[in-house]
Design a protein around this ligand. Sequence first.
Ligand SMILES: *Cc1c(COP(=O)(O)O)cnc(C)c1O
Length: 403
Amino acid sequence: MKDETFLLKCPSFVSDPFLMKKKKNQNYTCVHAGELKDTVYGGATAPIYTSTTYDYRGPGTNLYPRYFNTPNQVALAQKMAALEHTESALIFGSGMAAISAVFMAFLKNGDHIILQRALYGGTAHFAAAEFDRVGITYTMIEHINEETLKDSLQENTRMVYIETPSNPLLEITDIEMVSAFAKANSLTTAIDNTFASPINQNPADFGIDLIIHSATKYLGGHSDICAGTVSGSQKHMELLWNTAKNYGGSLSDVTVHLLERSIKTLGLRVKQQSKTALKLANFLARHPDLEKVNYPGLKSHPQHKIAKKQMHAYGGMMSFELKKHVDHDDFLEELKVIKPALSLAGVESTILSPTQTSHSLLTPEERAEQGITDRLLRFSVGIEELNILIDDIEQALEKSRKR
Ligand SMILES: *Cc1c(COP(=O)(O)O)cnc(C)c1O
């Protein structure tokens, strides 16, 4: 009996080297990389191929959505490869589908992984809930540096997984240092690059193997798409694909099309959001009602120098604490433009209390250990003008100062 996998191959392409240049022509790349041309009518946008079955005698033999190889999936993967300066990429049904596929493809029973402590909640939960069942052990590091990495290294360590900037405190991990350590010890490296987006940070330039995005955030950018991506070398993507097609976490072609459309304006959006966030962070850092503004673009940020080395701009995410004389709940209640919302990275500004939402399952002690206080707010800067955001914050503070 013929195994169907004999007929199947990972969608293979090597991203256009012209588009893999550092930080160059990002908007051009967003619009044109991996363009799927309408050769029938000459339309300006890509046609959507929704077929789940193709003539096995024709050029479409073996095209099937779960194999990550339909025309729209491959075109978008080419765009993501170009944006992350890698050879190849795969598009997933969610950020967690991408993250879990990476873990399950590169780790096996008996292996050990080093994880950064400050991780997206879903990722931390995956480690706690799933690794033990399949015999994978892990060490979480509070502050990743050469020392702590050395201390955590075991004979069976296979991977280092980081996330920078981190959620919600915007801590920065030195990507180049992690990459060098991993290479010296033959470890695979993976990074969750969601907060930075490919516009502000390209970890492949520092030698990171697997670059992951929750495309639900900046890549989608309009709070209406759930998707994920992984970019890496052809070799790494083939290994990932071998496992990913078994887990079946690909993205539907209609949503692939929506995501492709969103990424065309990724550069415009993120550059604007980063510019506004830097000005806003500087304004808030001097504000008498606020303390501890966490933003990697501030000179006062403890890892500002590392951020400057590895980021093109500092992104649209920040967090801050309200001083004790401001009522936390009133402040959120009084905001008129900025929406209290769980997710992030949309064109609209959103805010949340990690204590009440993303980190509510931790005990107050665990939160305190991680530096997350009840007065901390995480802010996702949208594309609204700076003065609108400042006015909204000022009027909400005005009404929520305790007398
Ligand atoms: C949202 C998010 C994820 C998970 O992505 P989903 O698309 O929700 O599965 C992973 N990492 C980070 C940093 C995120 O913000």
